[in-house]
Ligand binder design. Structure first.
Ligand code: ZN
Ligand code: ZN
Ligand code: ZN
Ligand code: ZN
Ligand code: ZN
Ligand code: ZN
Length: 255
């Protein structure tokens, strides 16, 4: 958590402006009016630190952290890098204290005092290096993943790149089903593929023509006489052991 802290030298720029001066003879009498400086100028101002910024496309970003600046005080913590006592202002990050100049990217050694960093297996990296060398790539868009990683189908994905083929919503960590190699959320999967044709055993998909007969669902083209394959749609039909038969073959067949 980032809490604003006030360094000793900060907040002194707004000096109160004395309105009382020496009144010179002949000068116009001072006008009555406010004789105090603006209060807002005298409020202590915290160090000018940028607020943490969320990667624009990674709303669930939890990887990028920022070091907290601690002003010099009575505490003299040990530096997580060099193990020496720190006197003066220091940084706190990942639960440890650091000499400001020693808190740097493990790869390019740029300062991480005032920029976001990512921790990976005990080392810290600037966002640039993390993205370039460590972040996994998304299987769909090939871009590096800086936020939440979805592991599915033996690949890594952005949350917003692993979508249900039906409703185009992120599947996240919910159960999904594959159809033709494409992922579907549970709701869509059962809506689209929940019923299969009793004739061909393939799913009856949205948009397919189907009919109900003999207690089963059939593609309209699959509801045919078992013997001669004449379409029985809209016809009088017979059945033996759940198999549809045309009138001609109804009594000639022994199953
Ligand atoms: Zn140090
Ligand atoms: Zn770096
Ligand atoms: Zn992606
Ligand atoms: Zn869906
Ligand atoms: Zn069918
Ligand atoms: Zn027939």
């Amino acid at each position: 958590p980032l809490t604003p802290s006030v360094s000793p030298e900060a907040g002194r720029e707004g000096k109160a402006c004395p309105r009382e001066g020496i009144i010179l003879p002949g000068a116009p009498a001072p006008q009555t009016g406010p004789s105090f400086g603006r209060v807002s100028n005298s409020l202590p101002k915290g160090p000018d630190r940028p607020t943490p910024q969320v990667h624009p496309s990674d709303q669930d970003d939890s990887l990028v952290q920022r070091a907290e600046h601690i002003p010099a005080g009575k505490r003299t913590p040990m530096c997580g890098q060099c193990n020496m006592v720190i006197r003066g202002p220091y940084l706190v990050a990942m639960g440890k204290s650091w000499h400001k100049e020693e808190f740097t990217c493990s790869h390019c050694h740029s300062s991480l005092a005032d920029v976001g960093f990512v921790e990976e297996r005990g080392s810290v990296y600037c966002e640039r290096c993390y993205e370039q060398f460590l972040a996994p790539a998304c299987f769909k868009c090939q871009q590096k993943i800086l936020g939440e990683v979805i592991n599915a189908l033996k690949q890594t994905w952005h949350v917003y790149c692993f979508l249900c083929t039906g409703c185009q919503q992120p599947i996240r960590n919910n159960t999904f089903h594959l159809e033709d190699g494409q992922p579907y959320c549970e709701t869509d999967y059962y809506t689209l593929f929940g019923t299969s044709c009793h004739g061909c055993d393939f799913p009856i998909e949205a948009g397919d023509k189907f009919l109900e007969a003999l207690g089963f669902t059939w593609h309209d083209t699959c509801f045919v006489c078992t013997v001669c394959s004449t379409s029985l749609e809209g016809q009088t039909f017979f059945s033996k052991k759940d198999k549809p038969l045309c009138k001609k073959h109804a009594h000639t067949v022994q199953f």
